[in-house]
Design a protein around this ligand. Structure first.
Ligand code: C5P
Length: 295
């Protein structure tokens, strides 16, 4: 899966929006405006949404795909806000027809909306031939959401600040993830509000892990500080983590972002796919997927 926009013969562009996984997430402080300071290793898997952008006489959004209905009620999708923001910045009318194929569950801690917004910004830069630097695009993206800057790069990075300070991650080993969402949408602000206790120190990975087991060992020294508050709001997260921990070949099970999606880390793709399949069979209504870590 490449994050680069692909142009079709009719001039339309297809852009992929891969799921963002927080391999660890430490809440290190809180700013005066209420936003939390983070230290997180974000990585991407080759599971995601697809956006197709086509020149048109006005701005429109059509949504299809297995998760389309969960977005139907949303009046002002982040995808439309991203297109308007880019148009305002460029001083052009926001004339683009967008088709979003929604495969990732919404409000689920894997950056679906942020990845979609980032894909729109990346795609419109190409479609409209805009001279906008990566730094400027990240600044625009941050106005849409704290996870948008990291999603613009769609490659593993250590996030600092509220998500705007990005450092390339050490090379990550080949590994696969099984993703499990227990069918509950969680609002990020509610999870941050439910967090109690001390802040954690930042613990960025110093060295490149040699293999999936070494990555799991390094991640085991870290955690996701939003897991406990998320479980108070959605107790099935604990069930999802238990299912993943028991799956054959699972090296580490953890929640991503503010939840409720959890991931299992595997050295083998077949084991990750088998875990996702067997959990899906056991838990009707849950969303599962398996993917390769993008390196
Ligand atoms: O920026 P985004 O829209 O993803 O954030 C949603 C909400 O999550 C924010 O309004 C804030 O309440 C919380 N948040 C936070 N600290 C972050 C990111 C998000 O407190 N670093």
């Amino acid at each position: 899966m490449t994050a680069r926009p692909v142009r079709a013969a009719d001039g339309s562009l297809t852009v992929l929006a891969p799921a963002k996984i927080n391999l660890y997430l430490h809440v290190t402080g809180r700013r005066a405006d209420g936003y939390h300071l983070l230290d997180s290793l974000a990585a991407f898997v080759d599971v995601g949404d697809t956006l197709a952008l086509r020149p048109a006489a006005s701005l429109s959004l059509e949504i299809d795909g297995p998760m389309a209905t969960s977005l139907a009620a949303e009046a002002d999708n982040i995808v439309l806000r991203a297109a308007r923001l880019m148009a305002d910045w460029a001083g052009v009318p926001p004339n683009v027809a967008i088709r979003l194929t929604k495969r990732l569950p919404v409000a689920s801690g894997i950056g679906g909306g942020s990845a979609d917004a980032a894909a729109v910004l990346r795609g419109l830069r190409v479609l409209w031939g805009l001279e906008v630097s990566d730094g400027e695009l990240a600044r625009l993206g941050l106005a849409l959401g704290a996870d948008v800057p990291v999603c613009l790069g769609a490659c593993a990075a250590t996030m600092g600040g509220i998500g705007e300070t990005l450092t390339p991650a050490p090379a990550l080993p080949e590994c696969w993830l099984a993703l499990v969402n227990p069918g509950v949408a969680l609002a990020t602000p509610a999870v941050f509000r439910a967090r109690t206790g001390d802040f954690s120190p930042p613990m960025p990975l110093a060295d490149a892990p040699a293999d999936a087991a070494a990555l799991a060992a390094a991640l085991a020294l870290r955690g996701n500080d939003l897991t406990a508050p998320a479980i108070t709001l959605a107790p099935d997260i604990a069930v999802a983590l238990g299912d993943l921990e028991q799956a054959a070949g699972c090296l580490l099970a953890r929640m991503s972002g503010s939840g409720a999606t959890c991931f299992g880390l595997f050295a083998e793709g077949a084991a990750a796919r088998a875990a996702a399949r067997s959990i899906a069979a056991r838990r009707p209504g849950w969303w599962t997927a398996a993917g390769h870590l993008i390196r």
